[in-house]
Design a binder for this molecule. Structure first.
Ligand SMILES: *Cc1c(COP(=O)(O)O)cnc(C)c1O
Length: 362
């Protein structure tokens, strides 16, 4: 059986280092907001090429706290992709604003900059882009649009650790870059974790305190904060994984290369462009008879996933929040199939998936 993802396998080569780091933290006697968190923040900021990094409890909080810190008028409209993971939209709602959907480009799964003008109203105050599947959005066009219309820009980088456009890291284009280190992400912790990166001193200062009860000085509260701290254990484990992120990304990119070279022509593959450095968090292909294909693969021992089975506007939780028709989101959700691609997979695994796919008629 070729699993979709096995975290035991993916973390196997780092196990000794992870165990050492865990023991170090347990023996230190200091478990929340200490030197491991501070060191990880410095190292991750350096990796991304941002001035500040603020560790938080998870990716959703990174988004909520960042959007809150923009200090937009309550009920502002924020433009967001119609096919993003629900967290991006939840964050906008949780921060007290109104998500306005923008349709994606079918070939990249990312927000289509050409669809931005139609979504713009006089209440729009920000854009929240998601670099879906590990591919950068077209930030050249999106940043120009944001600038022209005075919109703030938040990046959901939960799937794009290390992804670049024209050599620039995702997370550094906007006011804040929000990362998740959920265990299956390209940089994954051994539990929940997240971070915000920013070049804005005031925003960083605010986030550093809102994640910790809004307190700058113990028992003195400056903001209405929350408890969303990154803990020492996850920070120490993430420092180990961060040291290997380059290799992990190279590995996934090499696996993607095998897919591009060997997948049958009847599958719609993700589009590649020379100026985009993709990190392939997910390898999403498209096919009209996706469910049949998925079933056939499973029968032949290959597990796959769907990202995502239900588009945000069709979720029960979004009733009354998201209204209207979003046919491109519907189309992607009906046809997308995620093929295995992880640190725990070998080139041989991926070649086998390709071979099995060649047994189908298309
Ligand atoms: C995983 C993910 C999140 C949320 O991250 P958590 O750490 O699970 O809160 C947000 N946005 C996208 C696009 C994601 O893939």
């Amino acid at each position: 059986m070729i699993e979709y993802e096995s975290l035991t396998r993916s973390n196997a080569s780092f196990m000794a280092e992870l165990e050492q780091a865990a023991v170090r933290v347990i023996r230190s006697g200091w478990y929340v907001l200490g030197q491991e968190v501070a060191a990880f923040e410095t190292e991750f900021a350096q990796f991304v090429g941002a001035k500040h990094c603020i560790g938080v409890a998870n990716g959703l909080d990174a988004l909520i706290l960042s959007i809150n810190a923009l200090d937009l008028p309550h009920g502002s409209e924020i433009l967001v992709a119609s096919n993003t993971y629900i967290a991006t939209i939840l964050a906008i709602v949780r921060a007290g604003h109104k998500p306005v959907l923008v349709e994606p480009d079918l070939e990249t799964f990312n927000m289509d900059p050409a669809c931005l003008p139609a979504a713009l109203t006089s209440n729009a105050r920000a854009i929240c882009v998601t670099h879906l599947f590990g591919k950068s959005c077209r930030m050249d066009a999106i940043c120009a649009f944001a600038k022209e219309h005075g919109l703030k820009l938040v990046e959901d980088c939960a799937q794009s650790h290390g992804a670049k456009l024209s050599g620039q890291m995702t997370g550094t284009f906007g006011d804040a870059g929000c990362f998740s280190f959920y265990p299956t992400k390209n940089l994954g912790a051994i539990g929940d974790a997240g971070a915000v990166v920013t070049n804005d001193d005031a925003l960083a200062d605010r986030l550093r305190h809102t994640r910790n009860y809004g307190s700058k000085q113990k028992y003195v509260n400056e903001y209405v904060g929350v408890n969303s701290r990154l803990d020492e254990m996850q920070a120490a484990l993430l420092r180990v994984k961060l040291r290997h992120l380059g290799e992990m990304t190279q590995h996934k990119r090499a696996l993607a290369e095998i897919y591009f070279d060997h997948l049958p022509g009847w599958l719609a593959l993700p589009r590649r462009r020379d100026d985009e450095y993709d990190v392939f968090h997910i390898f999403g292909v498209r096919h009209a008879r996706r469910d049949e294909l998925r079933e056939g693969l499973l029968e032949r021992g290959v597990k796959t996933e769907i990202h995502y089975p239900i588009p945000p506007h069709k979720q029960k939780a979004m009733k009354g929040i998201l209204t209207g028709d979003w046919p491109l989101a519907d189309e992607l959700h009906a046809t997308e199939l995620s093929l295995p691609i992880s640190v725990g997979h070998s080139g041989e695994d991926i070649r086998q998936v390709c071979e099995i796919l060649h047994q189908f008629d298309g």
